[in-house]
Each structure stands twice: as C-alpha cells, then as structure tokens.
Design a protein around this ligand. Structure first.
Ligand SMILES: Cc1cc2nc3c(=O)[nH]c(=O)nc-3n(C[C@H](O)[C@H](O)[C@H](O)COP(=O)(O)O)c2cc1C
Length: 163
C-alpha cells in the first residue's frame, strides 16, 4: 500500500510525530506550508481568528500528488476547536484525489478533539479509516508511544485488506 503523510505544523509537534510515523510506515511525507505570517502575538491572534471562522489559507505548491497514494494520512494541530486553515485548504483542494484518509492530530486536548472529525470528513468527502489524537504534553513526555503503535498496527492491517 502506498502511503503519504501530509502535515501542517506551526511549532513542530505534529511534525515530530509525523516523522516518527513515516519511519515506522516507511512511506512518503510532505509538509503543507501556510503562506500567511503566523509569527508573534499578532500571528497567534490571527491563527485563532482564522480557525474560528473556518477560513482557508493560501498554501505553498505541493510536490506529491495525493492521487498517487492508496492512503493519505493528514496531520494538523487544533486551533480554536477546529483544524488549521492550511489543512482546511489542502483537504478541500485535494478531496477528489483521496482514495482513503486517516487523521492525526497533536493538540492541547488530544482525544477530546475527536469532535473535529465530522467537519474533517465532510471536507474530505469521506470517512477516515482511523485516527490518532495525542496530547502535546504526552508527546513531550514520551508517553504517547502506545497509541502510536496501535495506530501503526491499524494502518498496516488496512494494507492487508487493500492487497
Ligand atoms: C491559536 C491557537 C489555538 C489553539 N486552540 C486549541 C484548541 O482549541 N484545542 C486544543 O486542544 N489545542 C489548541 N491549541 C494548541 C495546539 O493545538 C497545540 O499546541 C499543537 O500541539 C501545536 O502543534 P504544532 O506544534 O504541530 O504546531 C491552540 C494553539 C494555538 C496556537
């Protein structure tokens, strides 16, 4: 099964989890670049504002065509109770190319943010095959590994189904 991981990460936590997933799944990975300046206090306020109003953001050109993959794993922080503007744009622009999607998020509240899945699924126009929602502090402490392992196992079991 050909797998692509795409992620947006402002402060590097989603990125670190995605890189570890990449090495476990031995797959391709691509960061999504938000072209909007989100640095500093003003940048933070804009992040919250844009997310609250479910705004999209202009993203940098993507190099990997999601249509070439059996599964795309999309990872995002949660801002103001929802997915980030860059990921909203990526999913909206590529929804017709996704064959299967899985959802990953490292955020302040982890599992509690499962409530964002209906919005994500309606944007992607399909149900996620599985999801991994982690708390930022758990990743920092390294206590998230068990959840990562069971997510990887679930993805690999899909691999058998596709073959
Ligand atoms: C503007 C803003 C709003 C946020 N809102 C939420 C939220 O509503 N719920 C939550 O669980 N985490 C929230 N967070 C925390 C981020 O989701 C968390 O720090 C995440 O791990 C950042 O990921 P990154 O390092 O990949 O950018 C917010 C962070 C920012 C900057």
């Amino acid at each position: 099964m050909k797998i692509l991981i795409t992620y947006y990460s402002r402060t590097g936590v989603n990125e670190s989890v995605c890189k570890s997933l990449q090495s476990k799944l031995d797959c391709d990975i691509e960061p999504i670049i938000d072209t909007k300046n989100r640095k500093g206090l003003w940048g933070l306020l804009i992040c919250g504002f844009d997310a609250t109003f479910k705004k999209m953001s202009k993203i940098g050109a993507i190099e990997k065509d999601p249509g070439n993959y059996d599964l795309v794993i999309v990872s995002t922080p949660i801002w103001a109770g929802t997915i980030t503007p860059a990921i909203r744009t990526y999913v909206f622009e590529n929804k017709d190319k996704f064959k299967k999607v899985a959802f990953v998020s490292v955020s302040g509240s982890g599992e509690e943010n499962k409530k964002v899945l209906p919005d994500f699924e309606s944007l992607a126009n399909k149900k996620v095959i599985t999801s991994l929602l982690l708390r930022r502090w758990a990743v920092r402490k390294g206590t998230h590994q068990e959840k990562v392992e069971s997510f990887v196992k679930e993805i690999l079991s899909q691999d058998k189904e596709i073959k």
